[in-house]
Design a protein around this ligand. Sequence first.
Ligand SMILES: [Zn+2]
Length: 246
Amino acid sequence: MECTIDINKLLFLQKLISLDCSHLAKHVFLYRLAEHIMLADTDINMRGFLPEVVCILRKYGLVETLENYCLRAEFPRKETWKRIVKHTTGSEQSDLYKEGLIEKGADRVVRVHSHLQPFSLYSVARRNPLYKHQILRLVKLLTIPVSLACCPLCYKISSDMVQHVLVYCEMLSGVRNQMWDELTDLLGVRYARILFKKTDAEVTVIFLGGLWELDGEPDLLATRDLFRCCVANTFHQIFQILKDYS
Ligand SMILES: [Zn+2]
């Protein structure tokens, strides 16, 4: 929310600057800008749009653009400014998002979904409503913190129980092998080979919704969805097995 307000104020700044000097709003802006410069080294605090937008420019490391405008009367055009604002505020929010998740112990979420785009599994669930419950289970697995625990099926101690059931647990190898057979048929030689070459940690991240090479193929949307639904279906079965044992 705060970011949206910042973006709107920054875009409004560009709009004011690009106004013709015959507009009253431009006169007021230039007067306030001159006032801001003159009062910069004093203890007098200004209020209103200008000091607010200067704070926002500082926050995102964009204050030089206003300084450049004051010195050379140059400021980015509308489309360029939009791109700059989107990029800088986006990366700032992305850093805050990651820091917030790490603080909450959700390191796995950061590894799987480290950017502020809609989560891959959310889009798959919308396109494949018949699988939404299975996909929801997968998302719940993603939110389980990485911690030491004893597997209720094979009684082995693991430092990461989610990865254990997704990749290692011998008691679940039958269900997983069936999934690997289905995935191999579905992906074809090229992408099956890419997936087989991944480490166990990387495969865990992909299974939980992390993007990989296949997601860069817009022409293979149906295959990508089938891949996610197959994985979600398998781990839904695993969840049921775990539930029956507990
Ligand atoms: Zn186990």
